[in-house]
Ligand binder design. Structure first.
Ligand SMILES: *Cc1c(COP(=O)(O)O)cnc(C)c1O
Length: 457
């Protein structure tokens, strides 16, 4: 049968096609996820428990069941600085792989800070400012989230304090400088600025830090600075919600391309860019539409979805957050310092974990060297240098395309290229020099961390 191939390579939308609402998957889920619990009482938490940390509008979004949650005009106007983001067909990569598969990618690296993170940073900064909050404290792993919140703070006139995981702080000084250029104040975590950080440093002055530890510092900071609230760049339901602009745009763009994906892939650290791309598509399935294979790609060095347990656990190392049911490697787990800093988290978003549990999504873990090889191949074919995190999605997309070749199948693959790697060149340098290593799944460290699970629910 003769097939007329579409010849376009980029699929762009006009500014007025920026979504007017975020998509709330809670409206369409076949079963609801287990609720977050108060660590003291073991009972479901209420809005009052979260009020010291978050603006009220965000707390309302967590419990909302409406399918659409309106995007405030000032946030939508700010989105116009970089949205709608482009959808590309990776024709040159397809050719290099000699595959009949069609590979599409949504590119979020064109945002001011270089990733998908401003989609929620702008929303969070807006709601804080709107409710009279003057200062936000947060953590950052690879520096992407800190950069995004620093940018959003500059946009809405909010002071920003960032606790940056020590390993990244040392590896990526330019991320810190970007945050400071936007006006944020940045400390390496563990720091001397919190009681928790001082305690950790007392025991181990060379501690390389972790996201869980930096979260504990940021939360302590908020509790000790009146007029401050806490902001976070992943995991929480409202963060995933704000990212759904990605998937909604991609649905329109795939229509422009005249195709439907068979496979949809995102890398998953805490799960927000993965959710942002895939939830609007999954919603169509839940409402009776076509089913897609949806794959979360994660690092072999921190494989929460593929090797973790599904249990109630804390989101941070000091065990101050509510207990959430998620795929976890244990809150005490400190992953190896792989370069995909954004994927070094012990847990996974409860919503993403729930979808895995009910069989709506799959997960795959990949090694860092194979991911960098994919990143280099992508740079040489498509021209964009990916951040280390989305090379995990890219690697799985390439594997799918090769599998389609072996099967002689015209598979349509869509993945999220959620950030560029211009601040990750030292990692690429190591890869090109042949000094980058893979880390095996850290059996014993995970077993030790899991032994300390709170044992609730
Ligand atoms: C933060 C970040 C991630 C990991 O976070 P998710 O919530 O899983 O998306 C992945 N890629 C990039 C580029 C990031 O900045």
């Amino acid at each position: 049968m003769a097939v007329v191939l579409p010849t376009r390579t980029r699929f762009l939308l006009d500014e007025e096609r920026i979504p007017r609402a975020w998509y709330n998957i809670a409206a369409d889920l076949p079963t609801p996820p287990p609720p977050p619990l108060h660590p003291g009482t073991g009972q479901p938490i209420g809005p009052g428990d979260l009020a010291p940390l978050f603006p009220m509008e965000l707390i309302k979004q967590v419990v909302a069941t409406d399918r659409e949650i309106e995007i405030p005009d000032p946030v939508r106007d700010a989105y116009k600085l970089y949205r709608p983001s482009p959808l590309h067909r990776a024709r040159n990569l397809e050719k290099a792989l000699d595959t009949p598969a069609h590979i599409y990618y949504k590119y979020e690296g064109g945002s001011p800070s270089g990733s998908h993170k401003p989609n929620t940073a702008l929303a969070q900064a807006f709601y804080m400012k709107d409710e009279g909050v003057e200062r936000a404290a947060t953590e950052t792993g690879a520096g992407q989230w800190g950069s995004a919140l620093a940018f959003a703070g500059a946009h809405f006139g909010l002071d920003v304090k960032v606790y940056m995981v020590r390993a990244s702080y040392d590896q990526k000084p330019y991320r810190r400088i970007l945050m400071e250029t936007y006006g944020a104040s940045v400390s390496a975590s563990p720091s001397l600025e919190t009681e928790f950080g001082r305690g950790v440093l007392r025991d181990n002055p060379d501690h390389t830090g972790s996201l869980g530890l930096a979260i504990s510092e940021a939360i302590e900071d908020v509790m000790t600075h009146p007029g401050s609230k806490y902001s976070l760049g992943s995991v929480f339901d409202f963060v995933l919600l704000h990212q759904t602009v990605i998937g909604q745009e991609s649905i329109e763009q795939m229509e422009l391309a005249g195709e439907e994906p068979d496979v949809i892939i995102g890398c998953a650290g805490g799960g927000s860019n993965f959710a942002g791309l895939t939830f609007p598509w999954l919603g169509r399935t839940f409402r009776g539409g076509k089913s897609y294979r949806v794959i979360a790609a994660e690092p072999e060095a921190a494989p929460s979805l593929t090797r973790g347990v599904y249990a109630y656990d804390f989101g941070d190392t000091a065990k101050t957050t509510p207990l959430v049911k998620m795929h976890t490697l244990g809150a005490d787990f400190i992953p190896e310092p792989i370069h995909a800093g954004g994927l070094r988290y012990h847990g996974m978003a409860p919503l993403v974990s729930h979808l895995k549990e009910i069989g709506a999504i799959e997960a795959r873990s990949v090694h860092q060297l194979a991911c960098f090889a994919a990143g280099v191949q992508f740079a040489r074919t498509e021209g964009i240098l990916p951040a280390p995190e989305p090379t995990h999605a890219l690697k799985v997309a390439i594997d799918e395309a090769l599998d389609a070749r072996a099967a002689g199948e015209e598979r349509v693959i869509l993945f999220n290229l959620c950030g560029h790697g211009h601040f990750d060149l030292s990692a690429y340098e190591q890869y090109l020099a042949g000094t980058l290593e893979d880390y095996e799944y850290p059996d014993e460290k995970v077993a030790a961390a899991l032994a300390a699970l709170p044992g609730v629910g």
